[in-house]
Design a protein around this ligand. Structure first.
Ligand SMILES: *Cc1c(COP(=O)(O)O)cnc(C)c1O
Length: 425
């Protein structure tokens, strides 16, 4: 089990037992049993088909939809990180989720958290319900709501390890107990924390899903998703669905994600350290009204979060009390890029109510405590002083604009990086 990490930093150095190794070491060294030459990196097997050893025999691989050596190396690597028996990689996170939803049948029920990633929300409300599956929504961080929703017809209980962007936490172990009593499976979307900080299977979940597009690939240059499970039957069922539906990850993207994962631990650690510093700076900022970050003392359900995850992650939010001010702060940022997603090396800034959550009706957003002036930061691995200065400058510029005044000459408040001056010229 992970040691709770008081300041949210260095979490991936915890004593998490990854086959006797720390996570950082385990995530870096993948095992490639498929390559005959001992290549240090995973070769990209750009082939759709494999030769048969004889007309009546199949070798290790037959057809890349069923399995491909590059994808298989990645799948085995992910399974190892979660102590899972098998992992399966899909073309996107949504493809992985769509496949898991195929496990239910007409007349079955799914109980899902009421605050989910926009894409998942759309899949559940607009697609899965059309298959004749009943969809029940509950706030999964309130166990009583889940107890009331789960019945004998419930086949899946679905939740996210921390909700985006308000960081609501669900007790995975308690939910698993409730679901298992009725024979339902628990699926946890782990994208927000990544495999570096969280292993939901250890807490009783049956299926862990992640969007590989986020922290695992980490460079906004590849898309993917995975499902990992313990137990041979569940693994066989999911492989059957993957091979039948065909939304498998390509060999090239498998390679990119394997490459990204070699620095996963470092990236997550650095981004988290930066997020902590920014959150602490924002708390003291007179224009930031409310700051949401799991690394801040007293944050709701922080203890529960650290019981099941080994770090606070690198996404945080704040309100300013004024939509126009929030918009100007985001627009004025230069180091923070205005784009969606998270988990990449570069820092991002968005107003969720105008982007990722624009499709959620305003009344629902308000009921969920998602105000229009909420600013979300997905923190990357830049020098933290530059990130803080960027926000500071943008706040000052925004206030000057709102007050109709000239922006004051910008004075950096955060430390500047060390500049090397040649000694001998
Ligand atoms: C991004 C994301 C997804 C969807 O993954 P894609 O790779 O974009 O298809 C699902 N769940 C969560 C929590 C995500 O952040």
């Amino acid at each position: 089990m992970a040691e709770p990490c008081a300041n949210g930093a260095k979490a991936t150095d915890s004593k998490y037992d990854h086959h006797g190794l720390a996570f950082a070491t385990c995530a870096l060294h993948f095992q490639d049993e498929n390559d005959p030459y001992g290549a240090k990196n995973a070769p990209i097997y750009m082939t759709a088909t494999f030769k048969l050893p004889s007309a009546t025999k199949v070798g290790s691989f037959l057809y890349s939809r069923f399995g491909n050596p590059t994808r298989s190396t990645l799948e085995k690597h992910i399974a190892r990180l979660h102590d899972a028996d098998r992992a399966f990689c899909f073309s996107t996170g949504m493809a992985a989720l769509t496949t898991v939803m195929q496990m239910v049948e007409v007349g079955d029920e799914i109980v899902a958290d009421d605050d989910l990633c926009g894409g998942t929300d759309r899949l559940l409300t607009s697609l899965v319900t059309r298959w004749g599956v009943a969809m029940k929504r509950a706030n999964t961080s309130h166990l009583d709501e889940v107890r009331a929703a789960v019945t004998r017809r419930t086949k899946l209980v679905f939740l996210e390890i921390a909700t985006n962007p308000l960081l609501q936490i669900t007790d995975v172990a308690a939910i698993s107990e409730i679901a298992h009593r009725s024979g339902a499976l628990v699926v946890v979307d782990n994208s927000f924390m990544s495999s570096a900080l969280s292993r939901p299977l250890d807490h009783g979940a049956d299926i862990v899903m992640e969007s590989l597009t986020k922290f695992m690939s980490g460079h906004s240059d590849a898309m993917g998703g995975f499902l990992a499970v313990r137990g041979e039957q569940l693994a066989k069922d999911i492989h059957f669905l993957l091979a039948s539906e065909g939304a498998c990850l390509s060999p090239f993207d498998s390679f990119l994600i394997l490459r990204g994962m070699q620095t996963l631990s470092l990236r997550v650690e650095k981004a988290q350290e930066n997020a902590q510093a920014i959150a602490e700076w924002l708390v003291k900022h007179p224009l930031a009204k409310k700051v949401f970050y799991l690394g801040l003392p007293g944050f709701p359900d922080r203890d529960l979060h650290f019981k099941q995850c080994s770090g606070a992650g690198s996404v945080l939010c704040f309100t300013t009390g004024d939509v126009e001010l929030s918009k100007l702060v985001a627009d004025g940022a230069e180091v923070f890029q205005k784009t969606v997603s998270f988990g990449s090396v570069g820092s991002l800034i968005t107003l969720p109510c105008f982007m990722s959550h624009a499709a959620v009706p305003k009344a629902v957003r308000e009921a969920r405590g998602l105000p229009d002036d909420l600013v979300r930061l997905a923190v990357g691995i830049e020098f933290v002083g530059d990130l803080i200065n960027d926000l500071d400058r943008s706040f000052k510029l925004a206030m000057a604009k709102l007050g109709g005044k000239e922006a004051p000459k910008y004075e950096p408040t955060a430390p500047t990086p060390y500049v090397y001056k040649p000694r001998f010229q």
